[in-house]
Write a protein that binds this ligand. Structure first.
Ligand SMILES: Nc1nc2c(c(=O)[nH]1)N[C@H]1C(S)=C(S)[C@@H](COP(=O)(O)O)O[C@H]1N2
Ligand SMILES: [Mo]
Length: 389
């Protein structure tokens, strides 16, 4: 049997481009990838072409809703070669009274529900961990917000007649890994599955979900790290016991104790990730911008998974002093919130502009990242370097 660390590293290697050319900023490594379908993601930063992994440049994360063509892509395996809506079925079985095979048309006859959700990959920011960890070297843009329309997972389970013994819903999609790579299968506890905001979506921002984002049907598990939101969904299996496949038993786990950077962690000291961390992203000014001396507008987004944003502060003096930003614009549960501040920059030096958010539970972005072996949940205060003219 492969040792866990070995397996993780070989999985990392399967994301060939992303791993061999980890720290090269976007745009330079795609010469040969252009030949392949880039799924309309030509303005994004390719981290891997096959499977498709595209990061959104911060400059394009400037609207509350992220347009589909700007939305980041994270796939562990290639997009399934045939995605036929007319022939699509969703299997629902396990601890249910009536196992179902539902066509897409039958699913669409159930009451429709729309949720607006900020989706973020657990590995967003992985590139900033020291020492480095294997995996796609995401910087800031494996995050975006979309309106997802579909049916409530609870309605589907009710229709199948959920039994009392059903404690987990195991979700599988149509994608298959190359070679011996374990199938991408994820689970959610029954309480999250029955939450009325948990949906099986067939539309993203008002159009059928694009192929690379999970056409024709995907799960949307609001507020939880992106890997719960299984794309190309074909099967729901309800069971009493936890699923023991790789992506549940080994992947997407986070240390339950603080870890010395670089140290190995025993499997018993890892627990499944669930909700996202509290985090903020400065979208204005952009890294490297030259600004006139005086008052600068600092703006961006802050989010905290299932929790709300209580406040955001910004600093223009390397984090010595902080001022409160205004929370503005649209507001919905599970979505990022826009912040804006006017900060005074008194003299003409190169400056670090920083933001840090606090959520409704009182969690604040930490000064030091919690290093972990898979490089998940990077959430120290965001920073951009600007020049003052
Ligand atoms: N079937 C399937 N679903 C998947 C994945 C995958 O590889 N296969 N990747 C997951 C991960 S890690 C993330 S972060 C989100 C990304 O969704 P997006 O590509 O629509 O942005 O999809 C999740 N759903
Ligand atoms: Mo992810």
């Amino acid at each position: 049997m492969l040792e866990r660390r070995e397996l993780l590293l070989s999985l990392g290697r399967l994301g060939v481009l992303g791993t061999i050319l980890p720290r090269i900023p976007g745009g330079t490594l795609l010469a040969q990838g252009r030949a392949e379908n880039n799924w309309g993601k030509d303005q994004l930063i390719p981290r891997s072409v096959r499977p498709p992994d595209y990061e959104t440049p911060v400059a394009l994360l400037n609207s509350w809703i992220t347009p589909n063509e700007h939305f980041y892509v994270r796939s562990h395996m290639p997009v399934p070669p045939t995605l036929d809506a007319a022939a699509w079925t969703l299997q629902v079985d396990g601890d249910v009274a009536t196992p179902l095979t539902l066509s897409l048309d039958e699913i669409k006859k159930l009451p429709a529900a729309t949720v607006t959700v900020t989706l973020e990959c657990a590995g967003n920011g992985r590139a900033f961990f020291e020492p480095p960890v294997a995996g796609i070297q995401w910087q800031k843009g494996a995050v975006g917000t979309a309106r997802w329309t579909g049916v409530r997972l609870a309605d589907v389970l009710k229709r199948a007649g959920l039994k009392d013994t059903g404690k987990f819903v195991v979700m599988n999609g149509a994608d298959r890994g190359p070679g011996t790579m374990p199938d991408f299968v994820r689970q959610i506890p029954i309480a999250k599955a029955l939450n009325p905001d948990t949906v099986l979506a067939y539309e993203m921002n008002g159009v059928p979900i694009p192929p690379v984002h999970g056409f024709p049907l995907r799960a949307i598990i609001p507020g939880w790290e992106g890997a719960y939101s299984v794309k190309w969904l074909t099967s729901l299996h309800v069971q009493e016991r936890e699923f023991d496949g790789f992506w549940v038993a080994t992947g997407y786990r986070f240390p339950t104790k603080r870890v010395k950077p670089g140290a190995a962690v025993a499997p018993a000291d890892l627990a499944p990730l669930t909700g996202l961390a509290v985090k903020s992203l400065i979208t204005q000014p952009l890294e490297g911008a030259t600004l006139p001396r005086g008052t600068v507008k600092v703006a961006g987004f802050a989010w905290a998974g299932e929790d709300d944003i209580r406040g955001v502060e910004v600093s223009v003096d390397n984090g010595v002093t902080w001022q409160a930003a205004r929370l503005v614009g649209e507001q919905a549960r599970y979505t990022w919130r826009r912040f804006e501040a006017d900060a005074d920059i008194p003299n003409a030096e190169s400056r670090l502009i920083m933001s840090r958010a606090t959520d409704s539970r009182g969690r604040r972005q930490p000064e030091v990242a919690a290093w972990n072996p898979s490089g998940y949940l990077w959430n120290v205060p965001d920073q951009v370097r600007v020049e003052i003219s």
